[in-house]
Write a protein that binds this ligand. Structure first.
Ligand SMILES: *[C@@H]1O[C@H](CO)[C@@H](O)[C@H](O)[C@H]1NC(C)=O
Ligand SMILES: *[C@@H]1O[C@H](CO)[C@@H](O)[C@H](O)[C@H]1NC(C)=O
Length: 187
């Protein structure tokens, strides 16, 4: 049983790490959107490297609105720190950028001089072709039945909540996650 529980916890972590549901990312995590400190000048480059942003996710930029802003720019403008004619300009201090398509996204500050000081973010939203228009998560719930026959008692006792299954706001992966938590608690 201990092994099974560890397996379920592992599966839970896998689900979390693969970010199957839409997620709001605070850009830079603990550091708010701003000029990186000299001790951590690569904060945004590192941040984007360790986050797997998907369609449906959003990026939250937090900053003092009187001092900063966020602009989405082209790759060329990102490289050359050209602040003219941004694709999108946001300056309310609490800017949410919603990822609605695959591709490369480039951001920097709209304040002159900040881009040069590495306040810039490049995000790659990748995905397999063929599912490009689907909003469904790439981590398919069909992975579950694959190992279900090995543990019929675990998945046979899953309580199905009618209110949850009929709720359009609750994505399927959340239900799967709920089942796993319930199952783990029952062991
Ligand atoms: C992203 O979505 C949120 C909530 O739906 C909305 O308030 C915000 O304006 C959107 N951001 C952009 C840049 O469209
Ligand atoms: C999908 O295929 C198109 C061309 O068929 C290509 O331009 C595009 O870059 C591909 N997207 C991904 C995410 O591979």
């Amino acid at each position: 049983m201990a092994n099974l529980r560890m397996f379920l916890v592992f599966e839970l972590l896998m689900l979390i790490s693969t970010e199957v549901w839409c997620y709001q990312y605070k850009v830079g995590d603990l550091d708010a959107w701003g000029i990186p400190s000299s001790a951590n000048s690569e904060v945004y480059a590192k941040w984007s490297k360790y986050h797997n942003i998907k369609i449906g996710d959003s990026l939250l930029f937090l900053y003092p609105p009187s001092q900063d802003s966020v602009i989405q720019v082209t790759e060329e403008s990102y490289k050359s720190c050209n602040l003219k004619d941004p694709i999108l300009y946001m300056n309310n201090g609490n800017s949410l950028f919603n990822i609605t398509s695959y591709g490369e996204f480039y951001f920097t500050s709209g304040v002159a001089g900040h881009c040069e000081k590495k306040q810039k973010l490049h995000i790659s939203v990748l995905g397999g072709n063929g599912t490009a228009t689907a909003t469904a998560p790439s981590y398919s719930p069909t992975a579950l039945p694959e190992f279900a026959p090995s543990y019929p008692t675990v998945f046979g006792t899953i309580p199905v909540s009618p209110s949850s299954s009929s709720s359009p706001t609750l994505p399927f992966p959340t239900l799967v996650l709920g089942f796993i938590i319930v199952s783990a608690l029952q062991l």
